[in-house]
Write a protein that binds this ligand. Structure first.
Ligand SMILES: [Zn+2]
Ligand SMILES: [Zn+2]
Length: 434
């Protein structure tokens, strides 16, 4: 079973259904498939056995078998099945990252395909909901603007089936070359804007879909080179912002704002780092920067819930966006100044990722907003975190609520606001898989 015939919906039907979580897609797939299979079955007999077994291994998700067949297969991998689909398209539709990587390593053409409805590998990856697969395809040069026979791009199809993370991955993508450009000498320069060793970490940093300030701070902490050269990173992000706004018809205001936003966060964290420098012993104070930053942002306001400091911090970021004539800026300001406005973080997240903010039914990390975090507080089970680091950073807020909701005595009964790692360790031991 490897013939996949994607949904063919009328233009209006897609508009009506776009954004709705749709199980019906699978139905459309299989119904069309069955009808098609009978019609096309005789053509299938022409497929050489090796090629057919590759399709079969992908359909069964059998990676070992797939590797074996691929190793024996001497020719190219851009052959088609009876529906005009390549092996890469099948692997992408299955959301199988390893198989996609192996096929790309074997030189699979990421934009190849003769599918009747013009679906590309990226369309299939988008439908699979695997952001990793989409990232691999984009790295290999997949055209995100390619549309299928009903005029829909891969990101639009991902939205149609409710794969919001995949939508954001595709929309936030930029090729590595866009950043590598700044590591080459421009004009009269004697030194490039960006040292070559920062291209990779900065690319990764920019591609991140989770734009929660604490997540960005953690990402920076894991890429110390970026923070060490914060001035260069900020400069390049500002240049990228400006470049994005001066592309004429290709202008991408949203990406321009994202670069501005990232530069703003890097600057803030770099300022905290500079203030810490004189007194701090490097090894001892490993977590201080992120801790100070998240204490500032996650501290609840007077009502005990809303994050007033975070809101002020992020509103200032929007206010400092240098391109005030653009639509994106106006939309954000309109939302921020509306009666009973949503949190600034939600507005910024909607702007950049084209989706609801951190206010959905999907569980998210209380510290950094990461979706579907793996752990939850073992005592109250009412909050979730990515890992111990995220729990540790949030404990100064959560400890009161946790103690209230739990009958188990608190591990620490003092009222100190600053809690160090040792004090927390017993509590952290209790962090369980959610
Ligand atoms: Zn987290
Ligand atoms: Zn708790």
């Amino acid at each position: 079973m490897h013939g996949i015939v994607p949904l063919k919906l009328e233009e209006n039907a897609i508009d009506v259904q776009l954004g709705r979580l749709s199980n019906s897609v699978q139905v459309v797939f299989s119904n069309n498939y069955n009808a098609k299979k009978t019609k096309m079955s005789d053509k299938n007999e022409g497929n050489p056995p090796a090629e057919k077994t590759i399709f079969d291994a992908i359909a069964q998700g059998d990676l070992t078998e797939f590797k074996n067949i691929l190793a024996k297969h001497k020719g190219g991998v851009d052959f088609f099945d009876e529906n005009g689909m390549t092996a890469l398209q099948h692997a992408a539709y299955k959301g199988n990252k390893d198989m996609v990587q192996l096929l790309l390593d074997r030189g699979a053409d990421v934009n190849s395909g003769k599918h009747e409805y013009n679906y590309t590998s990226l369309h299939f990856g988008a439908l699979s909901g695997s952001s990793d697969v989409c990232k691999l395809l984009l790295d290999a040069g997949a055209k995100s603007t390619a549309t299928n026979s009903v005029g829909r791009s891969a990101a639009q199809m991902a939205a149609f089936v409710g794969n919001h993370h995949t939508v954001a991955t595709i929309n936030n993508y930029l090729p590595r070359s866009e950043i590598a450009y700044y590591s080459t000498l421009q004009g009269q320069q004697t030194e490039p804007y960006l040292p070559a060793f920062l291209v990779e970490p900065l690319h990764k940093f920019v591609l991140g879909v989770n734009i929660h300030p604490v997540r960005l701070a953690l990402n920076l902490q894991h890429s110390p080179a970026l923070l060490e050269h914060a001035d260069k990173v900020i400069k390049v992000l500002e240049l990228m912002c400006k470049k994005e706004m001066t592309r004429g018809s290709e202008t991408n205001e949203v990406m321009a704002f994202k670069y501005h936003y990232l530069a703003y966060i890097v600057r803030e964290i770099s300022n905290i780092r500079d203030k810490q420098k004189p007194a701090a012993d490097k090894d001892e104070k490993k977590h201080d920067i992120v801790e100070i930053f998240s204490k500032k942002l996650l501290k609840p306001g007077k009502d005990g819930v809303s994050l007033d400091l975070m809101d002020t911090f992020l509103k200032d970021c929007v206010r400092e966006f240098p391109f005030r004539e653009c639509t994106t800026f106006h939309q954000m300001v309109t939302s921020l100044t509306s009666k009973d406005p949503p949190p600034a973080l939600s507005i910024i997240n909607c702007t950049i990722n084209g989706q609801r903010g951190f206010v959905d039914v999907i569980p998210y990390c209380s510290t950094c907003g990461e979706e579907k975090p793996a752990k939850k507080c073992s005592k109250c089970k009412s909050v979730q975190y990515c890992d111990r680091e995220c729990q540790r950073l949030h404990w100064f807020v959560h400890k009161k609520a946790c103690n209230r909701e739990s009958s188990v005595p608190a591990p620490t009964s003092n009222t100190k606001v600053n809690i160090d790692a040792n004090e927390l360790s017993s509590e952290l031991q209790n962090l369980i898989a959610g």
